[in-house]
Design a protein around this ligand. Structure first.
Ligand SMILES: Nc1ncnc2c1ncn2[C@@H]1O[C@H](COP(=O)(O)OP(=O)(O)OP(=O)(O)O)[C@@H](O)[C@H]1O
Ligand SMILES: [Mg+2]
Length: 354
């Protein structure tokens, strides 16, 4: 089981968006994923439309009237994608745990109870370096640090990396980290300047994948879904598929296969249709119809074979289409197709159903 914390004490840098969409992209490649919402703001929980009485607070707190195990609070949101929700009570844990021995191990112990149930556990951290974030880093083998390219975005990263190193050495728990560029706007020059600065400083700890600014990521969270399901062909969704691929690369076959499958699905909706007309004496034949605005233009010209047949192949979606051939300037029906429909010009159009 891989455990990954998504952390950065800077607010609004894309932690929750990354947690939700990366989880969803990994789940789509048939891996079982648990996303733990460890932020009292509960944005991942709310962004996935989960309304649950219980939360990870009931698992981690000793003061709750209803102590539960991690399994008890888990909610399923998509195939292979479960969530341990958060609520505002989580905010009180900092104080509750302040005197407790082994307080930084609470989450590690909880995750051990679901060890066999998941391939990946992702943890969405709050925007601070308190005990919840320390718990997440202690439980994780890797920390993803989302960074949006703004002037002050790197200020806290050094501090976070220091804490990761401290946990690695003092708590005897090796954990690596990688920065992830988020909300990259390729129209802005300063985005590239900051990207170069980040590359210079963190080249060994940087994901190749860049998450671009994409409105579908925002819309998806407002509609209570990940963008990977809400708009799976959007740029935002694709970026997170690539991130999943990069993350999983060493362990499994690339998720590129999944992207290819999605493209194939889309292409499958198209059928290749061959239109043909046998007329050895014709000089010029065009195919015109609903599918090309009835335009006898060069791209709609048929090709003549050696036997005097004119051929045109088109990829069309399912539906009903009207068409005609234009033979040396004369419009005519398809003589090999008995299906036709009267048109507004007192004649007939050939009809094809796909
Ligand atoms: N690539 C993106 N393109 C467009 N909007 C984005 C993108 N990533 C995040 N956002 C939006 O930016 C806002 C902040 O993102 P998000 O909630 O993921 O950040 P966060 O680091 O989790 O914030 P917090 O520190 O408050 O937990 C959200 O409204 C989100 O929809
Ligand atoms: Mg968040």
């Amino acid at each position: 089981m891989s455990i990954i914390a998504i952390a950065n004490q800077k607010g609004g840098c894309g932690k929750t968006t990354t947690s939700v969409n990366l989880s969803s992209a990994i789940a789509l490649s048939s891996k079982k994923v648990l996303l733990i919402d460890l932020d009292p703001q509960s944005h991942a929980t709310l962004g996935l439309n989960i309304s649950s009485q219980n939360s990870i607070y009931n698992v981690l707190s000793n003061y709750t009237s209803e102590k539960l195990s991690l399994k008890d609070v888990i909610v399923n949101v998509e195939t292979n994608f479960d969530v341990a929700p958060a609520n505002i009570l989580l905010g009180t844990l900092e104080q509750e745990l302040s005197d407790e021995i082994g307080r930084e191990l609470k989450l590690t112990e909880a995750i051990e109870t679901v060890e066999k149930d998941y391939d990946y556990v992702l943890i969405d951290c709050p925007p601070n370096l308190g005990i919840l974030t320390v718990n997440a880093i202690r439980a994780a083998q890797e920390v993803i640090i989302p960074v949006e390219p703004s002037r002050f975005s790197l200020i806290g990263v050094d501090r976070l990396v220091e804490i990761i190193d401290l946990i690695s050495t003092r708590l005897n728990h090796p954990v690596k980290y990688r920065l992830l560029i988020t909300m990259f706007d390729s129209r802005l020059r300063h985005s590239f300047q900051i990207l170069n600065a980040i590359k210079e400083k963190y080249s060994a700890n940087l994901f190749k994948t860049i998450i671009h600014t994409n409105v579908k990521l925002k819309e998806a969270s407002m509609s209570g879904q990940s963008a990977v399901t809400y708009a799976k062909y959007s740029r935002g969704s694709k970026d997170y598929f690539y991130l999943a691929s990069e993350l999983m690369y060493r362990k499994e076959a690339s998720i590129d296969n999944l992207m290819r499958q999605l493209v194939r699905e889309k292409v499958k909706q198209l059928s290749e249709i061959t239109f043909s007309l046998h007329d050895p004496n014709a000089q010029d034949v065009y195919l015109v119809g609903d599918f090309n605005n009835w335009k006898a233009s060069e791209e709609n010209r048929l090709t003549r074979d050696d036997n005097g047949s004119w051929i045109k192949r088109l990829a069309l979606r399912s539906g009903t289409y009207h068409y005609k051939f234009v033979v040396d300037g004369e419009w005519q029906e398809d003589p090999s197709n008995p299906n036709k429909e009267e048109n507004n010009f007192g004649g007939y159009n050939s009809l094809i159903e796909i």
